[in-house]
Design a protein around this ligand. Structure first.
Ligand SMILES: [Zn+2]
Ligand SMILES: [Zn+2]
Length: 377
């Protein structure tokens, strides 16, 4: 990969997206002196940097997930401006998961925005996406093809409630899979809202999900209470637990599917119905879809219309696409008369995101390490 010198305010380097005027990187994938981080998903927030700057929820999540030294972490609120070198930076809601931010970099009247991961639809759970006027917009393009159009989320949550009701009637457990940071809590919140604030049965969660529930609840996000999946293997307690599972909804992390350790974990819920919630559920193909009894189309990324609306709302004259269908998506904007291209990055989607950034290419088995790094290739 060649890296010709350019005057661009933000440019791709082997370590990550670099700003020479401020001497910092955004979401770098190799260790650097100063990293600005858009959100706490594992392909954007890496350990090993000397100094981190992030929105305060993202800082708290990184402390929990990466075990960072608090002294290495500097937090800002949404909209707060910071001067670094000769640029001014600020973090603005991206609507992807709690704490997720777009980063605005201003330099001598020029404005660049790096979107990070985003969705434009307000979900009532995390701070909604904010369109930022800029000259250059670096947009993610995870779902940057016209085949990706999300159904109304309210209807999806009602569908989940119906599926759970049907399973209760049949006396089988409802196991719903979504990645542990962001998706699982949005599912809980959405289902809780759809059923009027009182779950119709017991709700349990996988350990990786529980951990993120607690952190997000402590940060003030509306995450409904869930019970841990018990460890009772024998006796009356186990029998009672087994009976409860037949009426229960279990929020599971993607690591429970497609590997022996995960299958062993799932066995305790038998009989069960397994469902996945992901943008990839909207199309045929992804491997995990075949393992599922049900697929719910629910993504924390913008769909085709959302991406296009976001790009238009910035008024940008130049668009750089990254993450996903970057080539096809930038070609589309060139055809619309904008200056557009691909920005090389190493973002692949949250590990175990059910391919939310990585169709058909799930990285090995992820038995427990929800937050382990994804191989970037
Ligand atoms: Zn993400
Ligand atoms: Zn990502």
């Amino acid at each position: 990969m060649a890296h010709p010198p350019t005057d661009d305010l933000l440019q791709s380097r082997p370590e990550g997206l670099y700003c020479a005027a401020g001497d910092f990187y955004i979401d770098p994938w190799k260790p650097v002196q100063r990293a600005l981080v858009t959100h706490a998903h594992s392909d954007h927030a890496k350990p090993g940097h000397r100094h981190y700057l992030a929105q305060s929820d993202t800082s708290a999540l990184m402390r929990e997930r990466l075990g960072l030294d608090p002294k290495a972490l500097e937090s800002v609120a949404y909209g707060e401006k910071r001067r670094i070198g000769s640029v001014t930076v600020s973090f603005h809601p991206a609507g992807h998961i709690p704490g997720s931010a777009q980063i605005l970099v201003e330099h001598k009247g020029d404005r660049w925005v790096f979107s990070g991961d985003y969705k434009t639809e307000a979900d009532g759970f995390c701070a909604p996406f904010e369109a930022l006027p800029c000259r250059v917009f670096i947009t993610e393009s995870t779902f940057g093809l016209p085949i990706y159009r999300w159904p109304d989320a309210g209807g999806v949550f009602t569908g989940m409630l119906d599926w759970w009701a049907e399973n209760r009637r049949r006396g089988r457990c409802s196991v719903l899979v979504g990645y542990a940071l962001g998706k699982a809590q949005r599912l809980l919140h959405g289902i809780h809202t759809a059923c009027g604030g009182a779950f119709p049965g017991p709700v349990f969660a996988h350990g990786a999900v529980l951990r993120m529930n607690t952190v997000l609840r402590d940060l003030g996000h509306p995450v409904p209470e869930t019970a841990p999946v018990g460890t009772a293997a024998k006796g009356r307690k186990a029998a009672a637990e087994k009976a409860a599972f037949r009426q229960a909804l279990v929020l599971a992390a993607p690591s429970v599917s497609g590997n022996p350790a995960g299958e062993a974990w799932l066995r305790r819920f038998e009989p069960y119905s397994l469902a996945f919630a992901s943008g990839w559920m909207g199309i045929r193909g992804p491997r995990r879809r075949r393992a599922a009894d049900r697929g719910f189309v629910l993504s924390d990324h913008a769909d085709w219309d959302g991406l296009n609306a976001a790009v238009r709302a910035t008024g940008a004259e130049r668009v750089l696409a990254t993450h996903g269908y970057a080539e096809a998506y930038s070609r589309w904007w060139r055809e619309q008369g904008l200056e557009a291209g691909v920005l090389e990055t190493a973002f692949v989607g949250e590990r175990g995101e059910i391919g939310e950034g990585e169709p058909e290419r799930e990285s090995g088995s992820a038995s427990e390490a929800e937050d382990a790094e994804s191989p970037a290739s």
